[in-house]
Design a protein around this ligand. Structure first.
Ligand code: HEM
Length: 339
């Protein structure tokens, strides 16, 4: 029974990582809300470690100092990768923060989350900054799509120009998101917030809606671009088998764009993810009976995962929009009634 549950959790995490992580993280945040409130600084310090381990080698490289790729360290490396890719930690965290404003604050779980909204906002900065630091390397190529389209298409041999355009646009949108995110993040810190005029602070917070809208476009655009360019137009490069196994779970456009950062620059080898091994595992060549079928035997292809991800995004952001508008209407009615 336990094996079936673990299998199911692994399967869900592999084919719907955003929804699964969102559920797990929301429950964890509710359970740990008191502890997060009480020991906020400790949480900040702990959760800033993966960011520091990415930022320090990044800064070192700018000065020509090569340091070890921390991504290879077991467990810690996985956490760093989660920070880089956003789908399993940063994105769900941003969604939780976003949803808090759409739910009735009297619901017990929501009340607990609202009590730590500031702390969660500060924590969300670490994966966002890690992600941006690594992904900034994708930008020169993305700009090239618009500034020298013919050269870009000739060099990348992307199968779909539309796909390459959507990906490039989504990557460039990342800069705008960073520009919106940083003031929101910095003003989450009490020391900054207390120095600000409350009305100004409230006005600034409205930019969070711009961030939510761009988050959806960025995430959905990158997935769509990856689906339109399933092989990115490139011949397979001589990457390690390890990296290939992991890379097969990500849209190809992303893989191509990820390579300079993840392999050439950092020299990091990506460890195979146990969720993805089933995609590559060959059947035994003997006449042995195959073991009974479980969730881990269900094959979900990379495009199918892409579609599941896009549907998850539409469901999450669509229901947020619906709930937020409903709450705004209710609040307006209450206000009108009290006048
Ligand atoms: C510096 C500019 C940025 C670039 C070039 C960029 C690029 C990327 C890429 C390549 C991905 C695909 C996932 C991966 O392999 O990492 C991605 C996903 C994502 N990025 Fe960015 N990004 C940037 C900035 C940001 C910022 C500032 C935020 C948040 C405020 C953000 C939020 C996300 C989210 C939520 C996802 C989707 C994760 C999912 O699939 O659920 N990105 N981005």
């Amino acid at each position: 029974m336990i094996k079936i549950l673990i299998d199911l959790a692994d399967f869900l995490r592999s084919c719907a990582p955003l929804l699964t992580s969102l559920l797990i993280l929301a429950v964890l945040c509710i359970l740990l809300s008191k502890s997060i409130k009480k020991h906020a600084t400790l949480y900040y310090l702990l959760l800033a470690i993966p960011f520091a381990l990415v930022a320090l080698p990044f800064i070192g490289r700018m000065f020509g100092i090569e340091t070890a790729g921390f991504v290879r360290i077991p467990i810690l490396g996985e956490i760093i990768r989660d920070y880089i890719h956003m789908a399993t930690f940063g994105h769900p965290l941003l969604i939780i923060i976003m949803y808090m404003g759409a739910f009735n604050p009297k619901i017990p779980g929501v009340k607990k989350l609202l009590a730590i909204r500031k702390e969660l906002s500060i924590i969300s900065g670490f994966p966002v900054l890690t992600h941006s630091l690594i992904r900034v390397g994708n930008l020169p190529n993305s700009f090239k799509f618009f500034s020298g389209n013919a050269e870009y298409m000739a060099n990348t041999k992307a199968a779909s120009e539309l796909g390459a355009g959507i990906s490039s646009f989504s990557f460039i949108l990342g800069i705008i998101m960073l520009l919106v995110f940083i003031p929101l993040w910095v003003t989450s810190f009490d020391s900054v917030r207390k120095r600000m005029d409350h009305i100004k602070w409230k006005k600034l917070q409205k930019w969070a809606y711009v961030l939510y809208a761009t988050l959806f476009i960025h995430a959905a655009g990158i997935q769509t671009g990856g689906l339109l360019n399933p092989r990115g137009g490139h011949a397979p490069s001589p990457v390690t088998v390890e990296a290939t196994v992991t890379e097969n779970t990500r849209p190809n456009e992303q893989r191509e764009n990820a390579r300079p950062n993840e392999q050439s620059k950092q020299g990091e080898r990506i460890k195979p993810d146990k969720n993805t091994q089933s995609v590559q595992t060959a059947r035994p060549a003997t006449n042995e009976r195959m073991p009974s079928k479980g969730f881990s035997d269900i094959k979900v292809t990379a495009p199918q995962k892409g579609y599941i991800h896009i549907i998850s995004l539409i469901l999450i952001y669509g229901s947020y929009l619906y709930l937020r508008l409903r709450k705004t209407k209710k609040d307006a009615k209450k206000k009108a009634a009290s006048l």
